[in-house]
Design a protein around this ligand. Structure first.
Ligand code: SD4
Length: 380
């Protein structure tokens, strides 16, 4: 009972997602509202062209006090958003091209007054609900036993954290992680305990294995070789960071993890410090790619610590990737099948992104518009 009373603080209802509804509906704005209001079903137009940026975002320190409408490369209307004169937000960045939609939704929500925490959750839920994304939420690739298990964590500017790992049947690992943060005395629930908590909290439970992912798994079973392919099997975890108009930071990282992993395997994504870290006085970072390597180096904490020591978000991401590569070298381990990417943002709205290998990209949503940037990388 105490859990429910405490959890009335969390305004987000936990709606089930019907695959058919998702595919029927169109329009990201509609999806943002659906998720925000908790209506059943979800939608989201994908594969839109990236909107060209008009220049640097918060890094320039420029303040846009007036809304300005411009048109990006795709011809899509791209309304620049008014920012507060007190802070460099609202801004949002996220891993991989689909974050174009999730960061835009988060930005719009913050522009309407959402906190960074609400906005980041709203954003990643779009991706979690999309059955076409193969490494997040509904439609995620299963483990080698054919079970889809989710990992997620969330963190705010005050150091509040929540996480779930190896959790089955709830679409929104992000919301469940937030419920752990806000409704329990703990910071992480795993496996059956996480699923039980989801049930108790009223999260609808459903089979997350869509036919396409099941078919891929059956094909994989023919050889049953675990050979992660950079940017394909390792691809699509969403890590998203937000900075609101009040200067509050938040982050969320959510995934179904590496495809065809051992049942019970947990990667970096739900581990605070590895897949995500937020320091409300400094900045935030999140990771994607080969989780074991990110856990080994406490990657996201490392990036934020470097920012705290004076590095720019870009330099901090580059340092972390270099350090991971050096560990491969020192341990004499091959890195050919590995991809790792970090993104980071500081309180001034400066952003950075860097990857071990080519192929990583990230979205930046700011007063200047929404842009998908190819990440620089260490090794060709
Ligand atoms: C994991 N880091 O489970 C995740 C996978 C990932 O893009 O990021 N994919 O190791």
């Amino acid at each position: 009972m105490w859990l429910r009373i405490f959890c009335s603080k969390n305004p987000n209802p936990f709606a089930a997602v019907k695959r058919s509804d998702f595919l029927k509906t169109i329009g990201l704005g509609a999806l943002g509202s659906l998720i925000a209001t908790g209506a059943e079903s979800a939608s989201g137009a994908r594969n839109q062209q990236p909107v060209a940026s008009n220049g640097a975002e918060g890094a320039s320190g420029a303040r846009n006090q007036q809304p300005v409408t411009s048109y990006g490369a795709s011809g899509a209307r791209n309304q620049q958003l008014v920012t507060s004169s007190r802070a460099f937000g609202p801004m949002s960045i996220g891993t991989w091209p689909f974050a174009e939609h999730t960061t835009r939704a988060a930005l719009e929500a913050m522009h309407k007054g959402s906190s960074a925490l609400d906005a980041v959750e709203l954003g990643v839920k779009i991706c979690e609900a999309d059955p076409r994304e193969r490494s997040v939420g509904l439609g995620g690739r299963p483990d080698r036993d054919g079970r889809v298990t989710l990992d997620a964590c969330i963190m705010d500017h005050l150091g509040n954290i929540g996480a779930v790992a190896s959790c089955e049947q709830g679409v929104h690992g992000s919301s469940l992680a937030r419920a752990v943060m806000e409704c329990t005395p703990h910071v992480m629930l795993v496996g059956d305990g996480a699923t039980q908590f989801a049930r108790e909290q009223g999260f609808p439970l459903q089979n997350l294995l869509v036919p396409e992912s099941e078919a891929e798994w059956k094909k994989w079973l023919e050889k049953a070789e675990y050979q992660p392919i950079p940017n394909i099997e390792n691809h699509d975890t969403i890590g998203q960071l937000t900075l609101d108009a009040e200067g509050r930071l938040a982050g969320c990282c959510t995934t179904s993890g590496m495809a065809f992993k051992m049942h019970g395997r947990v990667g970096d994504s739900p581990i605070i410090g590895a897949g995500l870290y937020v320091d409300g006085e400094v900045g935030a970072a999140t990771a994607t790619g080969h989780g074991e390597e990110v856990v080994r180096t406490v990657g996201s904490f490392r990036v934020v610590a470097a920012m705290k020591a004076g590095k720019s978000p870009q330099q901090a991401c580059e340092d972390a990737v270099r350090e991971i590569h050096q560990l491969f070298v020192r341990r004499g381990k091959p890195w050919a099948d590995t991809q790792i990417g970090f993104i980071a943002m500081d309180l001034k709205g400066r952003v950075g992104g860097f990857a071990l290998r080519p192929g990583f990209s990230y979205a930046v949503a700011s007063a200047k518009g929404v842009e998908v940037r190819p990440s620089a990388f260490l090794l060709a």
